[in-house]
Design a binder for this molecule. Structure first.
Ligand SMILES: [Zn+2]
Length: 96
């Protein structure tokens, strides 16, 4: 006898990307080398001073000072794995 509830397990058929596929190339940061270095420096100082509070506070402060479009930069940082100041240093600012 077939149980009609079995149908809900069809979720297995959802197309997941194969694990051995190359990672998609990361979006460009949209900053020149000098700006990226200045951002890294600002974050290092902010984190050294107050520690990382799990936000992008130091990155945001820098972007506002530098006149950079913060909304756009924040999106790129997150896409590159930088969800807080220390992760930006660890992930987002790493060269590709
Ligand atoms: Zn952090």
């Amino acid at each position: 006898m077939t149980n009609p509830d079995d149908d809900r397990w069809d979720i297995d058929e959802v197309d997941l990307p194969a694990l051995d596929e190359d990672w998609p190339s990361r979006p460009a940061l949209g900053l020149g080398p000098a700006q990226a270095a200045a951002l890294a420096h600002a974050i290092e100082e902010g984190v050294a001073e107050r520690g990382c509070d799990g936000t992008l506070r130091a990155a945001r402060n820098w972007a506002l000072r530098a006149g950079t479009n913060w909304t756009e930069l924040q999106k790129r940082l997150c896409e590159r794995g930088g969800y807080c100041d220390c992760e930006v240093l660890l992930n987002a600012l790493e060269p590709d």
